[in-house]
Write a protein that binds this ligand. Structure first.
Ligand SMILES: [Zn+2]
Length: 325
């Protein structure tokens, strides 16, 4: 479907470590890697199996130069499929070491993002991820050190990791601190089938929800999310791989749109899930009868729900009218 390649696209849910190219990781680690070590099979057995594919990419993200080049590597891939804006997320605490401080880490990824705009003409912002299995102290230090860069390349906070083992009620401290320092947040929630996690995140002030697949099972929660204009970052291929959506079950995007929920479609992990935005669009137009006009609706939802500033949003809205001409 060639029209998909020419459509402008936005990816709001893209993990840096899970989206690095094989060549980039091999260069950083100075060794040959089998693609199966960093890509999970489509019929992945579990989230645990899926997560083993992040070990080598994280090992590649241990210097400032590698972090900067990693962001450029992902932006270069995005450019090839006409992505106009990208929010790249990563967990800074996984790159902390004796020679790399939080400010070194933030400055490196921001440099990559700015250079990506100059070199490839793709706008991007960085989302910083707290990790569910990390200590309160580590998560708060990471968040507080990131605050100085808010609006300067860092745009929001996320919470990632094992959602079933560490549910959202354990993270009140994180949501309260983010609100206190005016850091917007999107939270991975409802990927493991527990809609209560979505409710907690929304009531705590999340602007967006990562995945949120089980929303469709809870009518009062749908109403709450509509009332608060919450954006949902759906990632079809990844959701089938981690069994957030069971094989053979219809993907809930059509249901989300019919409920009037602000849904967006994203990659999650370009390499680990062996996907691209074009591939995700092909999947939803092929299997879910999502029409071409609805792809532009998803694009507009992504602009509206992005954490970009108004200048970038206006530029992105112009790409909609350019395409319509
Ligand atoms: Zn994710």
């Amino acid at each position: 479907m060639s029209y998909i390649n020419t459509l402008p696209k936005i990816d709001l849910h893209c993990h840096l470590d899970g989206s690095l190219s094989l060549e980039f990781i091999e260069k950083c680690l100075d060794k040959t890697i089998d693609i199966n070590e960093i890509t999970a099979p489509y019929d992945c057995q579990s989230l645990a199996e899926y997560l083993t594919r992040f070990d080598l990419p994280v090992a590649a993200l241990q210097t400032g130069e590698n972090l900067k080049q990693a962001v450029l590597d992902v932006i270069c891939q995005a450019k090839k499929e006409n992505i106009t804006y990208l929010e790249i997320r990563f967990a800074p605490t996984l790159s902390i070491n004796s020679e790399l401080s939080y400010s070194d880490i933030y400055e490196s990824v921001i440099e990559g993002s700015k250079e990506g705009q100059k070199t490839y003409g793709v706008y991007s912002n960085i989302i910083i991820c707290a990790m569910r299995h990390h200590s309160e102290n580590d998560n708060l230090n990471m968040l507080k050190s990131g605050r100085a860069y808010l609006g300067e390349g860092i745009c929001a906070l996320d919470l990632a990791g094992d959602e079933a083992g560490f549910p959202n009620e354990n993270f009140t401290y994180l949501f309260e601190e983010a609100n206190r320092i005016s850091m917007p947040f999107t939270i991975h929630s409802g990927e493991c089938g527990r809609s209560k996690n979505i409710r907690i995140a929304v009531e705590a002030g999340a602007k967006r929800i990562g995945h949120g697949i089980c929303l469709a099972d809870d009518k009062s929660l749908i109403d709450l999310c509509k009332e608060k204009n919450i954006g949902f970052e759906l990632c079809p291929t990844s959701n089938y791989q981690t069994k957030a959506v069971k094989a053979g079950m219809e993907y809930p995007l059509r249901a989300f749109l019919d409920y009037g929920i602000k849904a967006t479609v994203n990659t999650d992990n370009r390499t680990v899930s062996n996907t691209t935005m074009a591939h995700e669009y092909e999947l939803i137009t092929g299997k879910l009868n999502i029409a071409k006009e609805e792809l532009m609706l998803l694009y507009k939802n992504s602009i509206e729900l992005s954490f970009a500033n108004d200048d970038i949003k206006n530029t992105l809205y112009n790409t909609v009218s350019d395409y319509a001409k």
